[in-house]
Write a protein that binds this ligand. Structure first.
Ligand SMILES: [Zn+2]
Ligand SMILES: [Zn+2]
Ligand SMILES: [Zn+2]
Ligand SMILES: [Zn+2]
Ligand SMILES: [Zn+2]
Ligand SMILES: [Zn+2]
Length: 478
């Protein structure tokens, strides 16, 4: 005939419980003068004060879960017992927690209470250190000795304070593999409890949203994970969606004006939760584009067209690895990684592609850069442009005059060593210097000459020589 009175039970049920309890105690104590009405009255008034109190009127016993929420967070050290034997291998993990699983205060009132005996009680907790438990028991016994009367209210009140504002422990060390009385991992239980209690705290609070200036219940608010600023969820969704749709990527951060530079960056997952995967993808694309444009030497796109991930490159390292698809490639030639000591094989794009590149818009340029390498492309564009400038120059100046007799000489083809048809002077077409009679070619063979190795420069012969070797091999200097 158990009759537990829970806080949800109606008054009439509680009354009938009391009646049954009285009846049963009378039966149990036939011929005895024991009258439990004083104890029952105490239990009932306690229940009115602490609705979470569980009471068994029949047995004159009860229990209450004392919440543990110290003003300052507690450092919980989960000690790895393996690491304990060898101090150098300390694998302890420290958590800073705001809530710990409640401590259970259980009591039973003997017949002699409160006249001559205190309540029989226990403080149960799988994590509370034994010494702290002993201290609490001692505190309660001191109260009993001072009051010597109905003490349950004082007991519970003392414990509530001892587990919140007057909590004295800053650190609790527990074995990482400890199990609670039901065989579950104590560590998992403690960590889960802290998360759930924090969510409950948040949801029952009220916050003022700085965007819409309304007071909102925690259930319709979001706390930004990095900086902990709170706004109403709808305001954040609207704000970030507008920023991304209109391309204001740098504004996708905590909207609080005083937020710290390091913390106002958003948690990626949280942003996805707020704006949805589609807008988050657009945000990622815009951000990558911005990073590459602002710093082309540090950031580049993954050369794989299906991936296009943003790759951050170490300026001193040729090897680049895409964080998205793990493609390892050479940062110069953009081809799959060929090792540090291999040649970077840069291919010369066909002439029509170079022209297409020069005249093309951003999209065409980007596409060609991806296919032929950005550096490679700009290198061949530079070669093409200097060739063309030189050709223009030659076209303009295919006639020159002899430096000795000033006779006009027309250059038709062949090398740059000229012979005046009037005075037979040898001279250089490029610099118009008069050349030595016995060896006019020394002008092109001496390192100290301005025309060193330029015997055929700008001539048809040089162009023909180039076409023999279209692949330019560049030894990478590391
Ligand atoms: Zn709002
Ligand atoms: Zn913030
Ligand atoms: Zn990739
Ligand atoms: Zn390469
Ligand atoms: Zn001449
Ligand atoms: Zn010369």
């Amino acid at each position: 005939m158990s009759c537990k009175a829970a806080n949800s039970e109606s008054e009439s049920t509680t009354k009938s419980c009391v009646e049954k309890a009285l009846q049963s105690t009378e039966e149990a104590h036939v011929g005895d003068s024991f009258d439990p009405s004083e104890q029952i009255e105490e239990l009932e008034s306690l229940q009115a004060i602490f609705p979470e109190l569980q009471v068994d009127i029949e047995k004159l016993s009860g229990s209450i879960k004392i919440p543990v929420a110290p003003t300052k967070s507690i450092q919980i050290i989960f000690r790895d017992d393996v690491g304990d034997k060898d101090k150098s291998d300390d694998r302890s993990v420290v958590y800073s927690l705001q809530h710990m699983p409640p401590v259970n205060f259980k009591f039973e009132l003997p017949k002699s209470y409160p006249r001559s005996s205190p309540p029989i009680f226990s403080i149960e907790s799988a994590w509370l250190p034994v010494q702290y438990k002993a201290k609490l028991i001692n505190d309660l016994m001191t109260i009993w000795r001072q009051v010597g009367d109905l003490v349950l209210y004082s007991f519970i009140d003392t414990l509530l304070l001892a587990m919140t504002s007057e909590f004295e422990l800053t650190t609790v060390t527990l074995p990482a593999n400890k199990l609670d009385s039901s065989g579950n991992s104590l560590k998992a239980q403690i960590l889960t409890y802290d998360v759930e209690a924090s969510i409950h705290d948040f949801e029952t609070q009220t916050f003022k949203c700085e965007i819409c200036q309304y007071d909102k219940k925690g259930t319709s608010c979001t706390r930004l994970r990095n900086c902990s600023h709170v706004f109403c969820t709808q305001c954040l969704i609207d704000y970030y969606s507008a920023c991304i749709e209109q391309g204001y990527i740098s504004q996708v951060q905590c909207p609080e004006p005083g937020c710290s530079d390091t913390l106002k960056v958003l948690d990626e997952l949280q942003l996805t939760e707020l704006v949805g995967p589609e807008l988050k993808n657009r945000y990622d694309d815009l951000r990558k584009k911005q990073a590459v444009e602002a710093n082309p030497n540090v950031y580049m796109f993954c050369p794989r067209e299906v991936c296009e991930g943003l790759v951050k490159r170490n300026a001193d390292d040729l090897l680049a690895i895409c964080p998205d698809c793990d493609f390892a490639f050479c940062a110069i030639c953009k081809r799959s990684w060929h090792g540090y000591y291999q040649y970077c094989k840069l291919q010369e794009p066909p002439r029509d592609l170079i022209l297409k590149y020069i005249d093309g818009d951003e999209g065409i340029k980007r596409k060609l850069e991806r296919e032929w390498g950005k550096l490679n492309m700009s290198r061949y564009v530079a070669v093409y442009e200097s060739d063309r400038a030189f050709q223009d120059y030659l076209n303009e100046s295919q006639t020159t005059s002899c430096p000795k007799c000033s006779a006009p000489i027309e250059k038709s083809m062949g090398c740059n060593k000229m012979t005046c048809s009037i005075c037979h002077t040898y001279f250089c077409f490029l610099c118009t210097e008069v050349l030595e009679r016995d060896n006019p070619y020394r002008h092109y063979g001496s390192q100290f000459s301005p025309c060193f190795q330029k015997l055929f420069e700008g001539t048809d012969v040089e162009q023909a020589a180039d076409e023999i070797d279209p692949n330019l091999l560049i030894r990478m200097v590391l």
